[in-house]
Ligand binder design. Structure first.
Ligand code: SF4
Length: 438
């Protein structure tokens, strides 16, 4: 691992879209501070495995580059700083709030480091009340741009460590969000993805108490050149009426919703401290589908949550088809020390894995069925990457299906970020095969 090609700082990102957005902010601060020969790890704590991978990457970086400076930040560092402070490979540890402040990078002189008895830059994330806006120009490697609208979470789902890494919910003022989206559109982005930790809790901390729905309405109104607005994961029970209107009435709002369902069993949802019942999920699905029949759904579901019986698990399996889920993200339950669920009677690890495999298998069937149903349709594909080897490009449809445009004479007209109309001619290896509409 070498620090940035021109010896500037390199940022290694783990985890969610919010971390990806924040890594762009950190790259900007590090460059402006002239930070050199440094690698910054922006970690994730959502599962024990995510934290383990970060530690492994840090050790590898030190082995490959003995003299590089290593800074660790992100949720794993915020939740358990001592774990990283104790690593000989690590020069500094920064909290999730501190990583977003430019002045902290200016303090990293050529010879900084914990062994120099420098204090780790970590404060009480629960004390953070505001989320400052950081205007970014774009993403080095992305044609679809993430925009942070919210951070933190006021809920305390019994399995989740995120609030301890991100603090309580706080919203970015709507004007700043619109300015960020405008900047990205001016820089050529045709798709913006609204991201945060719990985006449906957007707004109550702001004057006038806007909602996620009114924010989306504002973005679409004030940035008429934005072609595609997409939502990241939402908590359907918190979806406000304005959001429902935007999702079902606005063509520029992408017809693809990812729901944070977590389980299909009411007793497990109760023990997870979730705010919805299985019937609430089904009602939301039916209401959206009734108003906009082509909306495609994805969802997060946990397999093997403590006390989950086979019968309860069956309710999760049934929910997949009852909500016609196409994109299923399955997580075998992962113990997070410090969470209430960690103190509950655990389901055997092997059973968790086996249930996750059954859920994924059902998810694959749902995905295959949906993808096959697209053959013959004409769809809009946002080009993300060129594949010169077979003169094709790949990207995603408005329904977030991966797609490949084949049989191109030249790739020149299909620059990354461009939205092309193409007809689906087939489905292979998890991707739609298409040809440009004449
Ligand atoms: S809503 Fe629940 S699962 Fe989501 S971040 Fe908050 S506590 Fe975690």
């Amino acid at each position: 691992m070498k620090s940035g090609s021109d010896n500037t700082a390199e940022v290694v990102t783990f985890g969610c879209r919010l971390n990806t957005y924040e890594s762009e902010v950190m790259k900007k601060h590090a460059a402006e501070a002239g930070l050199e020969n440094t690698v910054i790890f922006n970690t994730c704590a959502v599962t024990a495995e995510a934290t383990r991978q970060a530690r492994q990457a840090i050790r590898r970086a030190r082995k490959e580059s003995p003299d590089v400076k290593i800074i660790v930040t992100g949720c794993a560092a915020q939740v358990n700083p001592d774990e990283f402070i104790a690593m000989a490979e690590v020069d500094q540890v920064m909290g999730n709030e501190e990583k977003l402040h430019a002045e902290n990078y200016k303090n990293f002189g050529p010879d900084f480091g914990l062994e120099k008895s420098e204090k780790p830059l970590i404060n009480d994330i629960m004390a953070v009340r505001e989320t400052a806006n950081h205007l970014i120009e774009g993403y080095a490697e992305r044609t679809r741009a993430f925009v942070q609208v919210q951070n933190g979470c006021d809920h305390r789902c019994s399995f989740c460590i995120i609030p301890y890494g991100r603090g309580n919910s706080r919203s970015v003022p709507a004007g700043d969000v619109v300015a960020q989206v405008k900047r990205l559109v001016d820089n050529g982005y045709n798709e913006v993805i609204i991201t945060g930790v719990d985006i449906t809790s957007y707004g109550p901390d702001l004057p006038g108490k806007p909602s996620l729905g009114t924010l989306c309405q504002k973005i679409l109104k004030l940035v008429p050149d934005l072609k595609r607005l997409r939502l990241s994961s939402i908590d359907s029970i918190e979806a406000d009426e304005a959001l429902f209107q935007v999702i079902t009435q606005e063509e520029r709002m992408m017809p693809h919703l990812h729901l944070s369902l977590q389980s299909g069993d009411d007793m497990i949802l109760k023990r997870m401290k979730r705010r919805h019942s299985r019937q609430d999920s089904i009602d939301f699905f039916n209401r959206v589908r009734a108003a906009r029949p082509d909306v495609v759904f994805g969802a997060d579901i946990i397999a093997g949550f403590p006390t989950e019986t086979e019968e309860m698990f069956q309710n999760s399996l049934k929910l997949v088809t009852e909500c016609d889920l196409t994109y299923l993200h399955v997580f075998p339950y992962s113990i997070r020390e410090g969470t209430p669920a960690a103190r509950m009677p655990q389901v055997d690890k092997q059973i968790r894995k086996e249930r996750a495999a059954r859920l994924r298998a059902l998810g694959d069937q749902q995905f295959d069925r949906y993808m096959t149903s697209q053959i013959g349709k004409s769809l809009s594909i946002l080009v993300e990457k060129h594949l010169p080897e077979d003169k094709s490009v790949i990207g995603h449809t408005e329904y977030f299906a991966p797609a490949k445009i084949m049989a191109l004479y030249s790739l020149d007209n299909l620059k990354p970020g461009y939205i092309a109309k193409a007809r689906v001619t087939g489905y292979e290896n998890g991707i739609l095969i298409t040809e440009l509409d004449p």
